[in-house]
Ligand binder design. Structure first.
Ligand code: BES
Ligand code: MN
Ligand code: MN
Length: 476
């Protein structure tokens, strides 16, 4: 930033702007949250696009240039840039996603998912935390700078995706085709959570990867009488649950040969860092509503198992009779959606293939088993000695009044590893959702406190990073 600008004063002015316009900004957030941008729902393709266009209009209104809705093989991608800070100043790529998860089960929402409700200093709506609320905070942090200083203290590029919740299928190709629109010294991703709901912010330094399949077991041509045929016709539902049950052992370890080969073990320092985090397992179990946490893998505390170790889950399973009362049939088929969470250095492409072949090999000759690959994404990590970590920590402390803790997230954001692989771009993960904010679940919410302190942190973050040179931030 040019020497004429007094950065601390400009930062204060931008933060004062946010405070003054708070009611208006919250109303505008509601407008954004009302758009039903459910990427998984083919009937809402138009709504997803409407969210992309809403963002482009906003960015354009703020003086951000080249705001564009790009067509992809799936939902659109939005890019834009503000590059007037000059060549010496760093360039940061901001990534968030504007698609949301389906809202079902609808009956469990206290108020409709796309009619934002403000209560208890929280905004309740699908996407409030994951991730439209966080995307919106970025727009307002930019607005705060441009409306007060007339400029930003660094160059910013924007990369907003509409397929994150369904596996980010188009992003690899997009990154490969549009490196020029994404080139930056570091990426900032806001799609995670703070450390707790009491105002402790977090810097993320890891995300798990994912591999996802659908398995279908086909038996007789149609449902048959279970008395007349039972004992002769193998039951596809029985076969499916036997196959899936064999995929984990009593410790919750995945049994497919080779699965752990590339799992990087935690170092003593990493174990120590996990042990030092303030985390109450009983409180966590209460909050989650489970009678007790599962034992899981030996040699790893709960927090480690939640983010630094692979897992296997049946995400859905169906088939056979589900109506009232009883119906004595052997169903013609049964199916399940299953997934694993992966950690460095597991390769999701290998795992997608190996597990598919393994399941096919488990199929008895009495049924036909079909395994479909749904999607995959690589695990990611940020080195804690990255030159952007210190400035990010200062910015979060300035915004929240509490120093951030460092955490690995159990969730996945496939773009993070893809940006590293294609562009060598490292990511600073500064997330603002509330850890108990019900993402992917009924009654999703984000606290006004996280919205406000998060926006303030972002205003500081641009000042902090803007004080560095591009090469300093890159670490070369
Ligand atoms: N924001 C989440 C990922 C996340 C969750 C990060 C919790 C930090 C803490 C993201 O939107 C998400 O849900 N991703 C999917 C990716 C999948 C569809 C490829 C996930 O993790 O299931
Ligand atoms: Mn998200
Ligand atoms: Mn999500």
């Amino acid at each position: 930033m040019t020497s004429q600008t007094d950065i601390p004063a400009a930062t204060d002015a931008a933060i004062a702007y946010l405070r003054e316009h708070d009611p208006e900004h919250l109303a505008q957030l509601d407008e954004f949250l009302r758009i039903e941008s459910v990427s998984a729902d083919p009937e809402r393709i138009g709504e997803v696009r409407r969210a992309a266009e809403w963002i482009v209009d906003e960015l354009t209104r703020l003086g951000v240039e080249r705001a564009t809705v790009h067509e992809t093989s799936a939902h659109p991608i939005v890019t834009a840039e503000w590059m007037k800070a000059g060549d010496e100043a760093p360039t940061v790529l901001v990534y968030c996603h504007y698609d949301v998860q389906p809202a079902d089960p609808l009956g469990e929402w206290i108020s409709p998912p796309f009619e934002p409700r403000h209560e208890n200093e929280r905004v309740y709506a699908r996407g409030a935390g994951d991730d439209k609320g966080q995307l919106f905070m970025h727009l307002k942090a930019v607005e705060a700078w441009t409306k007060t200083a007339g400029r930003l203290p660094l160059n910013l590029r924007f990369f907003f995706e509409g397929d994150e919740e369904v596996g980010s299928e188009p992003v690899e190709q997009f990154i490969a085709d549009h490196a020029d629109l994404l080139r930056a010294d570091v990426c900032v991703v806001s799609d995670g959570d703070t450390f707790d709901d009491d105002g402790t912010p977090a810097i993320g330094y890891g995300l798990r990867g994912i591999a996802y399949w659908e398995v279908r077991v086909q038996g007789p041509r149609q449902d048959v009488h279970s008395g007349h045929y039972g004992g002769g016709v193998d039951n596809p539902a029985n076969v499916l649950v036997r196959m899936l049950a064999s995929l984990t052992d009593v410790d919750g370890r995945f049994t497919v040969p080779g699965f752990y080969d590339r799992v990087r073990a935690l170092t003593d320092e990493e174990h120590a860092a996990y042990a030092a985090l303030p985390f109450d397992e009983t409180e966590w179990a209460d909050e989650t509503g489970v009678p007790a946490p599962m034992d899981g893998e030996r040699g790893h505390i709960l927090l480690e198992r939640l983010s630094a170790r692979p897992t296997f889950d049946i995400n859905g399973i169906w088939g056979g009779y589900q109506g009232d009362g009883a119906k004595t049939i052997i169903p013609a088929w049964a199916a399940a959606k299953i997934s694993t969470r992966l950690v460095p250095d597991q390769d999701y492409r290998d795992i997608l293939r190996t597990v598919k072949a393994h399941l096919e090999s488990l199929a008895p000759p009495t049924v036909r088993v079909e395994v479909k690959i749904i999607h995959g994404g690589a695990p990611a990590s940020t080195p804690l000695d990255h030159p952007g970590i210190g400035p990010a920590a200062r910015a979060l402390e300035a915004g929240f009044g509490t120093a951030p803790l460092f955490q690995r997230s159990g969730g996945s954001v496939p773009v993070v590893a893809a940006l590293d692989a294609h562009l060598g771009l490292k990511t600073l993960m500064v997330g603002f959702a509330n850890p108990t904010g019900n993402f992917h679940a009924p009654n999703e919410w984000m606290s006004l406190r996280n919205i406000r302190d998060g926006m303030t942190s972002l205003v500081h973050l641009w000042a902090e990073l803007g004080a560095m040179s591009a090469s300093e931030l890159r670490g070369d």
